[in-house]
Design a protein around this ligand. Structure first.
Ligand SMILES: Nc1ncnc2c1ncn2[C@@H]1O[C@H](COP(=O)(O)OP(=O)(O)OP(=O)(O)O)[C@@H](O)[C@H]1O
Ligand SMILES: [Mg+2]
Length: 329
């Protein structure tokens, strides 16, 4: 029986520090998620060895005794945080599930990912970055409304109602907040009014596009000015509609773009792509998550149900794609 090492960052491993924003640990997994993942892997006839975070990995890396690592570790800070565990594993020659360090870093850094999308002709909202608070001088070459996000975060960290800005004054205030609170540059994008979708992909050559999910906020699919904020994730105002009730044309466009994004940044085994479609029906890739959440509150259980398998089988499927890449099955 194969032994699967599990690397993760549990919320319980970190104490909030003075001055931390309320969403400081949003990327880390709840112990319940880790336990559910362990049971899912074990139900697929594997044995799990819990490794934990990067410090535990560093202490045990020379005698891990696992065949492959299932890594869901988000890392603590910086744009390379998600790459830290994969880099160590790569260095030690230990196989692991999911994309490698390079893909993880350049996708967490939304600006780097957008540059790759642009080079590959994948539409993404127009943008600019602001590195320091006093460098915001000539920002009006994009049309308001704009949205201000931390350059390298996930889980909607740093996203609140005031992230959508309608004038220079609001832009300045929000940019200052993002730079000072998250200690990183702000990414400013054109705000795409319209609809929002998320597309998960699993597997490698050929990759499989899972049913498209549409985001419903406050009971409406026409989101217009509404968007996903940190507060909305944990409220019942947000729903996932699966499969999305959309025509064949849009379905084809979203699938094709998602697959192109998956290949552009060279994802492996699984990923999730977030897209918005403007009022004219034009789709834009917002970002790609090569390490999407497997939490049961997120989209994977829903997708499993939609394709007629269990959540456990979905986890097994992702793991088997990785094992296949390393020639294990
Ligand atoms: N350019 C945009 N136009 C309109 N809405 C946007 C735009 N960029 C982001 N959003 C909204 O903000 C949400 C979060 O943005 P994004 O997906 O880029 O960040 P994230 O925090 O990495 O996401 P996740 O929660 O998926 O990890 C999106 O799901 C969307 O609702
Ligand atoms: Mg997102």
């Amino acid at each position: 029986m194969k032994i699967i090492g599990l690397t993760y960052d549990s919320k319980t491993d970190y104490q909030p520090k003075a001055g931390d924003p309320p969403d400081a640990h949003a990327e880390f997994d709840h112990p319940d998620t880790i336990n559910i993942l362990v049971s899912a892997i074990e139900s697929q006839n594997f044995k799990v060895k819990r490794i934990g975070n990067i410090n535990n990995l560093l202490e045990t890396i020379n005698a891990l005794g696992v065949d492959i690592v299932f890594n869901i570790s988000e890392g603590v800070s910086g744009r390379n945080r998600e790459s830290q565990v994969p880099m160590l594993l790569e260095m030690a020659g230990i196989p692991f599930v999911g994309a490698d360090a390079l893909t993880l870093a350049l996708s967490l850094d939304k600006v780097m990912a957008k540059k790759i999308f642009i080079a590959d002709g994948i539409p993404t909202p127009k943008f600019f970055t602001i590195d320091t608070v006093d460098s915001l001088v000539d920002a009006d070459h994009l049309k308001f409304p704009l949205i201000v996000k931390p350059r390298f975060e996930g889980s909607s960290k740093g996203l609140a109602e005031s992230s959508r800005v309608g004038n220079m004054e609001e832009l300045k205030t929000r940019t200052e907040y993002v730079i000072n609170t998250y200690k990183q540059p702000a990414l400013v994008e054109e705000f795409i009014c319209g609809q929002e979708f998320t597309v998960a992909i699993v597997g490698n050559n050929p990759a499989q596009i899972l049913p498209i999910i549409q985001i419903k906020i406050d009971g409406s699919l026409q989101l217009n000015d509404k968007f996903y904020t940190f507060a909305r994730i944990s409220s019942d105002r947000l729903e996932y509609v699966c499969p999305a009730h959309i025509g064949q044309d849009l379905k084809k466009k979203l699938s094709e773009l998602s697959l192109r994004a998956y290949n552009a940044v060279e994802c492996l085994d699984f990923a999730r792509i977030d897209l918005r479609v403007d009022r004219g029906g034009r789709p834009y890739v917002l970002e790609i998550n090569p390490l999407p959440s497997l939490s049961i509150e997120d989209v994977f259980p829903l997708l499993a149900k939609e394709i007629g398998i269990t959540y456990e089988q979905m986890v097994g499927k992702i793991l088997n794609y990785a094992l296949g890449r390393y020639g294990f099955n």
